[in-house]
Write a protein that binds this ligand. Structure first.
Ligand code: GDP
Ligand code: MG
Length: 442
């Protein structure tokens, strides 16, 4: 659950552990959290709204001396995410018995399974308080073969009652079920409905008619978390047609990117009541935004990764590298030092993530290429004399030949290194001009 988004976010914070916090760091956090959300299938508009809120909170938060700067940033990100997902307060359905819950959603979203899980959950909650609930499960799904048989099996597994309507058409069956539930004095009726592969007018019309007859106290929308952004459109369509109280997000055990869970509250202005994490009857739990966010931020992994980076690159080395860049006149030696740091860290991709603004704009293939280049560059620089490293302009044809032989590369490859080096120098100058380094050494 939330593995994908957690991987994205933890690599970001990992890279900022010892950063001195200033405006550029905040911008980096904002942009990279935004990128992580986009990649997790959160709609663009929702990401934009989230970033606005995050920006507000990041700039307004007074400095808390008990926390390291990065810890404080993480806390603001965490708090903002929790608030965005509905707050730490769990949503509870206020069920006054006798009651009815109608479950709606697309075909295959997990409605029937969810009914069984709800029956199981409510039975156990009542048992904890020494009570016994009479729960009745019934279905008006006549489209999918054996859909009603499936509910019968599920109801049995959950220890709930089951009723099969005589009618074979949804509207008549709904009437029959309602009167049966009344007659039997069922405390809770769980009504399963049909879904289609996608929203269509016929389906919407039918569910409206069923709702008009059943007048359920509660309507729950079942959403398959794996369908990502599309599930938000489904939710909106159902909301417009019959309205619903809260959502159940199913298949959270699958490799969903987590985007639907994150965006749901903001997009629909409705709570997520439960999340389902498997096919078994006990795989349904109330949704807690704070726990979901903790998982998204993957704080466990973060810690170990951050420590690793910290040991491998000593702080003074980092400072030296930054100072060299800040001076705007760093040499090929400094360049080589930086490359050493990179290779000791293990991979170029890790460093890319540590460099503000770089992590998300570099592709995996580019990173691999970067790593190969790095080894070659190191070999080339090793073959140069100290003077050549400081003033590469003195590299004439004969010097180039010597270095190429020494490093086992072509002269063209030396050319590439010098070009990269020039770009890095220009980049450093640009950063210096923009005031990027100001405050880094506080
Ligand atoms: P319905 O068409 O909306 O009634 O969907 P079903 O309840 O029949 O579920 C469709 C499929 O998804 C079934 O194979 C279920 O076992 C499976 N399923 C439902 N909920 C979950 C869940 O939370 N996790 C997993 N892994 N599978 C689920
Ligand atoms: Mg079903």
């Amino acid at each position: 659950m939330f593995d994908f988004i957690s991987k994205k976010l933890s690599s970001l914070f990992d890279g900022l552990r010892d950063a001195t916090i200033q405006q550029s760091t905040l911008d980096t956090v904002m942009n990279q959290v935004g990128d992580a959300l986009l990649e997790s299938d959160v709609p663009y508009a929702v990401v934009t709204a989230f970033k606005d809120e995050l920006k507000k909170r990041l700039s307004n938060a007074p400095r808390d001396k008990r926390l390291k700067p990065i810890e404080q940033i993480m806390k603001v990100v965490y708090d903002t995410m929790v608030a965005f997902m509905g707050g730490a307060q769990q949503y509870t359905m206020r069920i006054e018995y006798p009651a009815s819950i109608m479950v709606v959603g697309l075909q295959g979203s997990g409605k029937t399974t969810t009914i069984g899980k709800l029956a199981h959950l409510y039975t156990h909650e009542a048992a904890k308080r020494g009570r016994k609930r009479s729960i009745l499960c019934a279905s008006v799904d006549f489209y999918r073969p054996a859909a009603i048989d499936q509910l019968e099996i599920v109801a049995k597994q959950a220890g709930a009652q089951f009723y099969r309507a005589q009618a074979t058409e949804p509207i008549a069956a709904t009437r029959e079920i309602i009167s049966y539930a009344k007659q039997k004095g069922a405390q809770l009726l769980l009504l399963d409905t049909a879904g289609r592969m996608h929203i269509d007018t016929e389906m919407i019309q039918e569910v409206k008619e069923i709702a008009a007859i059943a007048k359920p106290r509660h309507t729950l929308l079942v959403l398959d978390a794996m369908t990502g952004q599309q599930s938000l459109a489904v939710a909106q369509a159902f909301d417009a047609a019959v309205g619903f109280e809260a959502a159940v997000l199913t298949k959270m055990d699958s490799d969903t990117r987590g985007g639907a869970a994150f965006a749901f509250r903001y997009a629909l202005k409705k709570p997520i009541a439960y999340i389902a994490t498997g096919e078994k009857m006990d795989a349904l739990a109330p949704f807690h935004a704070d726990r979901a966010v903790s998982r998204m931020l993957g704080q466990g992994d973060l810690q170990t990764l951050a420590e690793h980076a910290d040991i491998v690159i000593r702080k003074d080395e980092q400072e030296r590298a930054v100072k060299a860049m800040a001076s705007g006149s760093f040499t090929l030696d400094d360049f080589a030092d930086q490359m050493d740091m990179v290779s000791r860290l293990g991979s170029f991709s890790n460093l890319a993530k540590m460099m503000p603004g770089m992590g998300s704009s570099v592709s995996e293939a580019q990173l691999e290429q970067g790593e190969r280049e790095l080894k070659r560059f190191r070999a080339i620089i090793n073959s140069m004399t100290p003077k050549e490293r400081i003033i590469p302009a003195i590299l004439d044809n004969s010097r180039m030949n010597r270095v190429a032989r020494g490093a086992g590369v072509s002269k063209q490859e030396i050319g590439i290194l010098l070009e990269r080096f020039k770009q890095a120098q220009q980049y450093a100058k640009l950063l210096k001009k923009s005031g990027f380094f100001k405050g880094l050494f506080k």
